[in-house]
Design a protein around this ligand. Sequence first.
Ligand code: DGP
Length: 114
Amino acid sequence: MTDTIFGKIARGEIPADLVYEDEDVVAFRDLSPQAPVHLLVIPRKPIPTLDDAQPEDAQLLGRLLLAAAKVARAAGIAESGYRAVLNCNAGGGQVVFHLHLHVLGGRPFTWPPG
Ligand code: DGP
């Protein structure tokens, strides 16, 4: 079982600027924002990467996506558009090994991403 800074945030052991929480999911502001709005949406369950997710996590992953849409609407970035990013493993840019979705908005985004 892995423990990370996000696991500690999910358990309320260290502070974060929470914007949403429910039984399964917690969302908070990224410490190092890459856009005017930069939120992180995590499952309470400490799944290290998307590659570790199992078929029994399907409902939880769906809840994570719906929570991302909910926090984006609440942050006022849904209508203008936003980006939801999930980095998987070091080569995909993942630094914290507790699965999380980045929700970024408030500025234009280009494609392909860097
Ligand atoms: P990733 O590279 O996908 O693993 O993204 C990790 C993000 O987590 C990065 O944008 C910075 C953010 N972050 C790291 N440590 C903390 C922390 O202690 N609190 C908060 N709120 N964000 C953190």
